[in-house]
Write a protein that binds this ligand. Structure first.
Ligand SMILES: CC(C)(COP(=O)(O)OP(=O)(O)OC[C@H]1O[C@@H](n2cnc3c(N)ncnc32)[C@H](O)[C@@H]1OP(=O)(O)O)[C@@H](O)C(=O)NCCC(=O)NCCS
Length: 128
């Protein structure tokens, strides 16, 4: 349960199709999450995937940065990352409220882990 290195974080966001971040943003943020994990491909030594959780440590948690490099996708890595993160939350904060903003590629994965649409009761909003 360790965050990826800054270079790996930037690469994973870019190559998985998430919005790119600056090095300064990554350097400030990558170790700032409540929990993070990453997966390394043993044979090549390259980063393969990651996921992080921000939260208050007590009851409120938000899953972020779920990303797997395209050539490592559909092998169960995203599932393993999410399982590890949710297990970490369940161990330390049973009964926690856990949410996320689900882009289309992750929706089936999240649904398999018990996530449901929060709308119409609550909708995600972002500052523009
Ligand atoms: C979302 C994401 C992290 C999922 O990672 P992943 O490693 O591909 O996830 P998994 O392999 O665990 O599951 C993905 C699919 O592969 C399938 N799969 C898992 N192992 C498999 C295998 N050995 N053979 C064939 N299919 C397999 C799963 O059943 C799942 O199918 P489904 O989603 O069609 O139901 C990845 O697609 C990604 O990085 N997307 C781009 C970035 C993004 O949008 N992130 C989400 C932001 S909210």
């Amino acid at each position: 349960m360790e965050p990826p290195a800054v270079d790996d974080y930037l690469r994973l966001r870019k190559e998985s199709g998430l919005s790119e971040r600056t090095r300064e943003q990554a350097e400030k943020g990558v170790r700032g999450a409540w929990a993070a994990c990453h997966v390394v491909h043993v044979e090549s030594g390259e980063i393969a995937g990651m996921g992080r959780v921000i939260g208050d440590g007590g009851w409120y948690f938000h899953v972020i940065d779920m990303a797997v490099l395209p050539h490592h996708q559909r092998k169960g890595i995203g599932d393993a990352v999410l399982t590890a993160l949710l297990g970490h939350i369940d161990e330390r904060a049973p009964g926690a409220y856990v949410n996320l903003l689900a882009d289309p590629p992750g929706r089936r994965l999240y649904a398999r882990h018990g996530f449901v649409d929060s709308a119409p009761g609550s909708i995600g909003m972002k500052r523009t």
